[in-house]
Ligand binder design. Structure first.
Ligand SMILES: Nc1ncnc2c1ncn2[C@@H]1O[C@H](COP(=O)(O)OP(=O)(O)O)[C@@H](O)[C@H]1O
Ligand SMILES: Cc1ncc(COP(=O)(O)OP(=O)(O)O)c(N)n1
Length: 265
């Protein structure tokens, strides 16, 4: 029997911890056949991003269309989209109904602090891409940019999730890997499912090896959707998967900075 197929539209992380590399490892670990459209090459390691070489938007589309016209893609995930041109092109594809079960991880800045998205592209997420998302998964900083407000408490994280829901996605997850003041010892993600809010909590793993957590979480959601899970089930399963990968990756010592997760734990 054929495996389910998922497509990731994201950037390459030469260090292997985040981006396309994390997405494809996640898909494979979860029994999903992964395909990709690469938006940018990054010269990156666990310490930081040394350079970004964006792919022209037309060639990102050419990759996605080559995959979509041949393979039975059941779920899609976007990560680093790099430029306003690429966000616009991907949004047009989504608006045409070509990107099934779309998980949008609005990657803006790496954990090292390096920018991964042109500032001019931020407003296009709101205006063009989020209305077509099945799930959007901003971290706290990305949620602050998208809702134009600051998030310092769990109550504000919840308010941001509701505000993002008004922008069009079916489900919103405001991730709490970057702690808020009243979530001591836990990584708390706030989920708005279209009508109600709930929290996904897990013990915060004390480790520097957290590079690629966001990419891994969003791809795990896409993998769950490709396998036919309901959206909130896919989100819950992704939280369990990322917790396992962070916990196992904490045993590793790869690189001098923020090391990768163990996707095959
Ligand atoms: N140290 C940690 N321990 C446990 N879970 C974590 C940790 N860091 C991040 N997570 C989880 O990983 C997922 C990605 O979150 P986050 O790190 O906020 O995203 P991003 O990588 O986009 O900044 C979330 O489910 C979050 O709760
Ligand atoms: C090519 C590329 N894409 C995305 C990221 C960011 O990864 P993410 O998992 O969102 O977060 P950090 O671990 O970097 O905080 C990246 N670094 N490179």
């Amino acid at each position: 029997m054929n495996p389910p197929v998922a497509l990731t539209i994201a950037g390459s992380d030469s260090g292997g911890g985040a981006g396309i590399q994390a997405d494809l490892k996640t898909f494979a670990a979860l029994g999903v056949f992964g395909t990709s459209a690469i938006t940018a090459l990054t010269a990156q390691n666990t310490v930081g991003v040394r350079g970004v070489h964006a792919v022209p938007a037309e060639f990102v589309l050419a990759q996605a269309e080559a995959v979509l016209e041949d393979l039975p893609v059941a779920a899609t995930k976007t990560g680093m989209l790099a430029t306003a041109g690429i966000v616009h092109a991907v949004a047009k594809l989504a608006a045409a109904g070509r990107l099934p079960s779309l998980v949008v991880d609005p990657v803006m800045v790496a954990s090292s602090g390096d920018r991964l998205l042109e500032p001019a592209a931020e407003r296009l997420y709101v205006a063009e891409l989020l209305p077509h998302a099945t799930v959007v998964t901003p971290n706290l900083v990305e949620a602050e940019v998208l809702v134009k407000g600051s998030i310092g408490t769990l109550a504000e994280q919840r308010e941001a999730a509701v505000a993002l829901g008004a922008l069009g996605p079916s489900v919103v997850v405001v991730k709490g890997g970057h702690a808020v003041s009243d979530a001591a010892g836990e990584a708390v993600d706030v989920v708005w499912d279209g009508s109600t809010i709930h929290e996904l909590r897990a013990p915060r793993v004390d480790t520097p090896n957290n590079h690629g957590t966001g990419c891994t979480f969003a791809s795990a959601i896409a993998a769950g959707l490709a396998k036919g899970l309901a959206v909130t089930e896919a989100v819950t399963a992704a939280k369990t998967y990322v917790q396992r990968a962070v916990t196992a990756g904490a045993r590793w010592s790869l690189g001098a900075g923020h090391g990768p997760l163990d996707h095959f734990a």
